[in-house]
Design a protein around this ligand. Structure first.
Ligand code: NAP
Length: 311
């Protein structure tokens, strides 16, 4: 019998309980599942989306795995009491949702929709047609679980896609670059840039004055990754000068984004409130069950967060 603790906002417990029980049963696990315990040392697995950042995780002294319900590891890694292995969420439902969001906004920038939403009544702007997708280059910075799915959708549709990641990828159906030189190459070629990197010391302000200068004039940027990826002052200057033609921003240094922030007021910026994609309960429950079943069989958990790399 394994003991599983669900630790998240109280409102999530009734939503997750039955799908998790079903998924655990489908995997043949013998389990107890609860949302509270007086004996944390008896807990084998934590299903985790912390309601607070200062949970004392050291009380779970016999934990085999923390399975996060979040894709982003940054907030979780701030917890100084974390010593146990932790897996981030890679959920097919969340991945599909992210591909929807990113492709939708690639199309917004590709079709230059702002041209028309910012037009004055009577402006009949008919002397313009967008280039074809094959004539547009989309660079996806971060081609992990989410970025790779978005890149494949854009590639299958016909865009010229470039991926950029920390380690070189050789098996993608489109060009992939790595390292600082690779980033510069991707930025110089891209018309539309998507940032789907995790927030780590190595990715902080990857979009800065220097890398913006490497971009094509008039490039557009979509950021569903993390606000910390962008140096806001440099980015706003580039929006104001027209170096960057437009942006779709979902994540910010401060959330909720304060009403007075210039991003809300810029005519070429669309702010979305950290809704690019979220964990979907049914698919995520099956991912949790699969990972616990793997550990019970003595296999490594999938999608473990590397404490050194911070993702
Ligand atoms: P992932 O699978 O860990 O992929 C991360 C990608 O970033 C990998 O390709 C990785 O390279 C690359 N990377 C990491 N550090 C790098 C560096 N220093 N230089 C170049 N590339 C680097 O993560 P994911 O599941 O795709 O999620 C990505 C991020 O999306 C999350 O961390 C989170 O911040 C964000 N997110 C946002 C929302 C939202 O609603 N807005 C929802 C979910 C997730 P390698 O392949 O070489 O390891």
């Amino acid at each position: 019998m394994i003991n599983i603790l669900f630790s998240a906002r109280a409102a999530q417990w009734p939503v997750y309980r039955a799908p998790l029980e079903t998924a655990f049963a489908e995997k043949g696990l013998e389990f107890t599942l609860t949302d509270h315990t007086d004996s944390p040392e008896t807990i084998d697995y934590l299903v985790y989306a912390p309601a607070r950042e200062d949970d004392d995780l050291s009380v779970y002294s016999n934990l085999k795995l923390i399975q996060s319900l979040w894709a982003g590891p940054d907030k979780l890694l701030k917890n100084k009491t974390l010593t146990q292995p932790m897996a981030r969420m890679v959920d097919p439902g969340m991945t599909q949702g992210m591909a929807d969001y990113v492709f939708g906004h690639i199309m917004r920038h590709h079709l230059e929709v702002d041209r028309f939403t910012n037009a004055k009544p009577g402006d009949w702007l008919m002397d313009w047609a967008p280039p074809l997708p094959a004539e547009r280059t989309v660079a996806i910075l971060g081609i992990g679980a989410l970025g790779m799915a978005c890149a494949k959708v854009a590639h299958d549709y016909g865009f010229n896609v470039i991926g950029w990641s920390r380690t070189q990828k050789d098996d993608a159906p489109f060009a992939c670059y790595a390292g600082a030189e690779g980033l510069e190459k991707a930025l110089r070629e891209a018309d539309i840039i998507v940032t789907l990197l995790p927030n780590t010391p190595a990715t902080e302000k990857v979009i800065n004055e220097k890398t913006i200068a490497q971009m094509k004039d008039g490039a557009a940027l979509i950021n569903p990754g993390r606000g910390q990826l962008i140096d806001d002052d440099a980015f706003l200057a580039a929006l104001n000068s027209g170096k960057i033609s437009g942006a779709t921003l979902d994540v910010f240094h401060t959330e909720p984004l304060p009403a007075e922030h210039p991003y809300w007021h810029h005519p070429n910026v669309l702010v979305t409130p950290h809704v690019a994609s979220e964990t979907r309960v049914d698919t995520a429950a099956r991912v949790v069950a699969e990972n616990i079943a793997r550990v019970e069989k003595g296999q490594n958990a999938l999608h473990l967060i590397d404490p050194a790399l911070k993702y």
